[in-house]
Design a protein around this ligand. Structure first.
Ligand SMILES: CC(C)(COP(=O)(O)OP(=O)(O)OC[C@H]1O[C@@H](n2cnc3c(N)ncnc32)[C@H](O)[C@@H]1OP(=O)(O)O)[C@@H](O)C(=O)NCCC(=O)NCCS
Length: 197
């Protein structure tokens, strides 16, 4: 069992949480592989608007998942909650954190979640509903969707392994031919889909 706490940049707990999460060992244990090794992801904490931390309820509490986000208006189609890092070491925790991030975005009246997916998790994020598009209603070009569907069943342990796979490379090239980066993904919040019909 675990609980998810939401720590915002303006909260009194933020400096402590940030210090704790800056700890390379924690990220390494949680995120593994490329994500843990990527120092830029740690630097994202400096710009973060908040973090969602999943911890076991049983003492001693253990961090079993983490999502770092930033509220930004830097990307199309408009102000969004950008997920910089998502890591989980218990099945289902990553998905639960992403659902919680959607709640946070809805509270902030944001219409989109956004992220830049590493190659080995493109299929994972598609499963969660993210799409490679900047269309305000998250509509994806047909050829881009087909290219992504062709690789959806593949599983890789790391970004490097996925990036070297010719099937991933072909899917990426097909998306680029339609002006889309397969890893630049958005998720429309359900309320937007309803209101926009
Ligand atoms: C990617 C990650 C966050 C997923 O965490 P999670 O949601 O707790 O994962 P689960 O094991 O519960 O998997 C949820 C579903 O996604 C699928 N899935 C998991 N990893 C996947 C992947 N790399 N590609 C495609 N699907 C994947 C699972 O098969 C499962 O499918 P199901 O619901 O049909 O059974 C976690 O594996 C992780 O922390 N990885 C290392 C760090 C990382 O790469 N983070 C992403 C980049 S920031």
């Amino acid at each position: 069992m675990y609980t998810i706490s939401h720590i915002r940049r303006e909260d009194a707990e933020w400096p402590g949480a940030r210090k704790r999460l800056s700890n390379g060992r924690l990220l390494k244990g949680l995120c593994r592989g490329d994500v843990a090794a990527d120092p830029i992801r740690r630097i994202y904490l400096a710009d973060a608007s908040g973090v969602l931390v999943a911890e076991t309820t049983k003492r001693p509490k253990r961090v079993v998942g983490l999502l770092i986000y930033e509220v930004t208006d830097e990307y199309e189609p408009g102000p969004s909650l950008y997920v910089h890092v998502l890591c989980s070491r218990l099945p289902g925790v990553g998905t639960a954190l992403m659902r919680k991030a959607q709640d946070v975005a809805a509270e902030l009246s944001l219409r989109w979640l956004r992220l830049g997916a590493l190659d080995h998790v493109i299929g994972y994020y598609r499963k969660l509903g993210f799409r490679a598009t900047s269309h305000p209603q998250c509509r994806e070009v047909g050829a881009v969707a087909r290219a992504a569907d062709r690789i959806a069943h593949l599983r890789f342990v790391s970004h490097n392994e996925a990036a070297a796979d010719p099937r991933i490379q072909a899917a990426r090239a097909a998306a680029i031919a339609h002006g889309q980066n397969l890893g630049e993904m958005i998720l429309c919040l359900p309320t937007l889909s309803k209101n926009s019909r």
